[in-house]
Ligand binder design. Structure first.
Ligand SMILES: Nc1ncnc2c1ncn2[C@@H]1O[C@H](COP(=O)(O)OP(=O)(O)OP(=O)(O)O)[C@@H](O)[C@H]1O
Length: 527
């Protein structure tokens, strides 16, 4: 029963549950339990005494293991005598054995006092693994040589030329910062840090390239120019790497983004009249309507704080937002997914100002409203996720339409353009963004041989080579600019396979823990 309960906790991704589960299931534990029950049956036998000794040794071994894993191997010292003079300083002598590996610390000198301090302890380095040296410790001696007054470079020389055991005499920092595990997703950067060409980097060897969308843990943010990060790779296993990171090189301006929006092109389907949107509203007005700051604030951030989030089964489902270049097959995949099980998956009903056709019902194909009502909705900030104008009529998908589907207990699946990311990546909708990526041009030519593309003039015709190239280019552009917001990527090569992948991803979005912006879980005043 206990094992079954722990197994349940594993599924809920409760911290440590997996470890506990594997421990309880371990064959050696099962054997020990058996031994224990046999022991109860043996009274005062010699075998019982021997087994008892054996178990004690095993207990000692486990306790040693725990101590090492907690790095709790500093000696228990007697308390300091009470009558110590006030200016007496507690010193620590630390001996590290250096085996051709860097120590993994940087040194700084206080310009006012001339004292030497350990500036950073690099994650995974010798000093860090020892657990005995910390950023902020004051260095007094290295190998018996006082360091006061020396230049940091001179101390680095001493360390570089030392082999075997190095002895440090340090005054330990009193308040060690607590690592509260802040995780971030890199949002905007231009290809990572050029550690070997940037002279301001504190420790060039520690530089590591990273990409937009990488999940990093902030380890130390105490420096004004740099922070120390470690990276989680895509399978979410921790790699004990480290990353000096220059925030200023990574900020992306809004102008860059507007330029991209104009050049990216719009979806051909005309479903939401995206082609005309630019002419009808103007890109800048459109942007202002959505972003209080008048720009894509999310995209301008160098990074976004994220947490691991498990969707609660009793909460509304996460919105599924499909994104991809026009013509790649976003709507085809969305349609097929809904067709698989319309009781589970549903699109949002759009609003329009055009009159209904005879077969159309209000609230079914569209919510039919007047232009005044439409304008009021926009002005009253009942924001549309997207809206646009076609042949004198307004069309749009509202946040409320999405919420209606979610409130009915279904999974809402919509397709969006990149500019709508900000409207769906909210605490309310918690969109899971899936990028539908074009395969290579050759593969697309092959798979789209018998398919038809919808053109600007409502007509459909076979794909031309130019269409395929355009889809490929738009896909690359979209990925380059927005990949940090993709929760999942599906290459739409074979339709069948892509559809299966979509189904799996949609289930995973609801059932498995995901990285989401911290603001969704701990909303701030602005969000
Ligand atoms: N993997 C695929 N193999 C073959 N044909 C495909 C594939 N994916 C989509 N198609 C076809 O390509 C055409 C365009 O797809 P779809 O209308 O879904 O594109 P879209 O990305 O929604 O763009 P738009 O909104 O501009 O129409 C459709 O005829 C669709 O059936």
């Amino acid at each position: 029963h206990v094992i079954a309960e722990v197994r349940g906790s594993v599924n809920k991704d409760i911290n440590g549950a997996e470890l506990l589960y594997s421990l309880l299931n371990a064959p050696w534990l099962q054997s020990l339990l058996k031994v224990e029950s046999i022991l109860h049956t043996l009274i005062n036998s010699e075998l019982k005494v021997r087994v008892h000794h054996l178990l004690l040794s095993l207990q000692a071994l486990l306790s040693a293991h725990d101590t090492v894993s907690l790095r709790d191997y500093e000696p228990d010292l007697p308390p300091l005598p009470k009558d110590l003079p006030e200016d007496e300083e507690a010193m620590r002598i630390v001996c590290l054995v250096k085996n051709n590996q860097p120590l993994g610390t940087t040194i700084r000198r206080d310009d006012v006092t001339g004292e030497i301090y350990i500036a950073r302890v690099i994650h995974g380095g010798l000093a860090n693994r020892s657990g005995l040296l910390h950023a902020g410790d004051r260095l007094v001696e290295v190998n018996g040589q006082p360091v006061f007054g020396l230049e940091p470079e001179q101390i680095i020389q001493i360390l570089t030329h030392s082999h075997g055991t190095i002895m440090f005499k340090v005054v330990p920092i009193t308040d060690r910062p607590v690592n509260n595990q802040t995780m971030v997703t890199v949002c905007a950067c231009h290809g990572g840090v050029q550690s070997h060409v940037d002279p301001s980097i504190p420790c060039a060897d520690a530089g590591m390239a990273f990409r937009k969308g990488d999940i990093l843990e902030i380890v130390d943010q105490s420096d004004t120019l740099w922070c120390l990060l470690k990276r989680l790779c895509y399978d979410q296993k921790e790699l004990w790497w480290f990353q000096p990171y220059h925030p200023y090189t990574c900020v992306k301006t809004c102008d860059d983004l507007k330029e991209y929006i104009d050049s990216a092109g719009f979806r051909r389907s005309l479903r939401l009249c995206r082609q005309r949107r630019g002419q009808a509203f103007g890109t800048s007005q459109f942007c202002t309507l959505r972003c209080p700051t008048g720009c894509y604030s999310l995209l301008a951030n160098p990074y976004e704080e994220v947490v691991r989030y498990q969707h609660h089964p009793e909460h509304p489902h996460r919105l599924i937002a499909l994104l991809g270049p026009s013509g790649v097959g976003v709507n085809e995949l969305r349609r097929r997914l809904i067709e698989i099980n319309p009781k589970v998956y549903q699109g949002a009903v759009p609003h329009t100002t055009r009159p209904p056709k005879c077969h159309e019902g209000s609230g079914r194909e569209y919510h039919f409203i007047s232009r005044e009502q439409f304008d009021t909705m926009v002005c009253n900030h009942r924001w549309f996720i997207e809206f646009g104008e076609l042949r004198g009529h307004l069309y749009g998908t509202s946040v409320d339409a999405v919420k209606d589907v979610l409130a009915s207990g279904k999974i809402c699946v919509i397709d969006i353009e990149p500019y709508a990311l900000e409207s769906v990546r909210t605490a309310e909708l918690r969109a899971y963004v899936i990028f539908i990526k074009p395969p290579t041009v050759e593969q697309m030519k092959c798979t789209r041989m018998n398919s038809h593309i919808i053109t600007n003039c409502y007509t459909s015709r076979p794909f031309k080579d130019e269409d395929i190239q355009e889809i490929e280019d738009a896909g690359c552009n979209m990925e380059q600019h927005y990949c940090q917001f993709f929760d999942h990527v599906i290459v739409n090569d074979g339709l069948q396979a892509a559809c299966v992948q979509l189904l799996t991803a949609v289930r995973r979005a609801q059932d498995e823990p995901q990285w989401v912006p911290t603001a969704w879980i701990r909303p701030t005043d602005q969000s």
